[in-house]
Design a protein around this ligand. Structure first.
Ligand SMILES: [Zn+2]
Length: 264
């Protein structure tokens, strides 16, 4: 009887997503908690709601629209590709015409900072920046071209088959933390100070973030042997994923504090 009740519960429970909506919302929430009063006022004026709500909501917009015809050109803005074994960012190789996640952050951040750009366009830039700062911290959004950022590398996690990219997007944190709640997860991460450097925005930073993501992809054991996700893999890399979300949140907060509200 109890078992049936449990099965019924599992059947109706909505699927949880990690670096899908969950990860992006955590990044947005960490950043929202760190805004200066001036930056917060400007975020709220642009998005029309309290910063925390508005930023969590805005954090997934870029994924929701990318399939629509008018936004199809933004598909390449969510990631970039390195050649295997070479994590050095060279724009003309990794980001032709600015069509990659680093180029998108740089460009949209500049629009956001430009007060002549108009409220609607700047609100759009803010939505893009919130999302892409999250994306560039998912290591496989700055992975190798030859396996399309882990999309072509199949893995097995107990009974579930997936590819490594999808596993990092959706399942790694859930496997480590169980059920995920955005606010609790964000509070948890925000209270960890992280490196002081994460509190300062400078325009070259997105390239360095991409290189650091690639370094994680390049680290020993990142590609699990025989594609098997083991408890050891989860124990080793879930804290890495958490640290990436935390860094993304702090860095997004610093970016917004620097670009918004400071000079009217
Ligand atoms: Zn994305």
């Amino acid at each position: 009887m109890i078992r049936f009740a449990l099965l019924a519960l599992l059947a109706v429970a909505p699927p949880l997503a990690a670096w899908g909506p969950h990860g992006h919302q955590v990044v947005a929430e960490v950043a929202a908690r760190e805004l200066t009063p001036a930056a917060r006022a400007e975020v709220e004026a642009l998005l029309g709601d309290r910063a925390s709500n508005a930023m969590r909501e805005a954090s997934t917009w870029a994924d929701e629209i990318r399939g629509e015809a008018q936004w199809r050109h933004t598909g390449a803005w969510h990631y970039l590709n390195f050649d295997r074994g070479d994590c050095h960012y060279v724009a003309r190789k990794a980001c032709r015409n600015g069509d990659c996640v680093v180029g998108a952050i740089e460009r949209e951040a500049a629009v956001l900072a430009d007060r002549r750009a108009g409220g609607e366009r700047r609100a759009q830039a803010l939505r893009f920046v919130i999302h892409f700062v999250g994306d560039v911290h998912q290591p496989l959004h700055a992975g190798y071209r030859d396996d399309r950022g882990g999309n072509d590398f199949q893995v097995r996690n107990r009974h579930d088959g997936d590819n490594l990219h999808g596993f990092w997007d959706q399942d790694l944190l859930r496997a480590a933390r169980g059920e995920l709640k955005v606010m609790a997860h964000a509070r948890d991460l925000q209270q960890q100070p992280g490196p002081e450097a994460d509190r300062h925005w400078e325009p070259r930073a997105p390239a360095a973030w991409a290189e650091a993501s690639c370094d994680i992809v390049q680290s020993d054991g990142f590609y699990p042997a025989r594609g098997r996700i083991t408890p050891e893999y989860i124990a080793r890399f879930a804290p890495v994923a958490d640290a990436q979300l935390r860094a993304a949140g702090h860095r997004l907060g610093a970016l917004l504090n620097t670009l918004l509200g400071a000079h009217r």
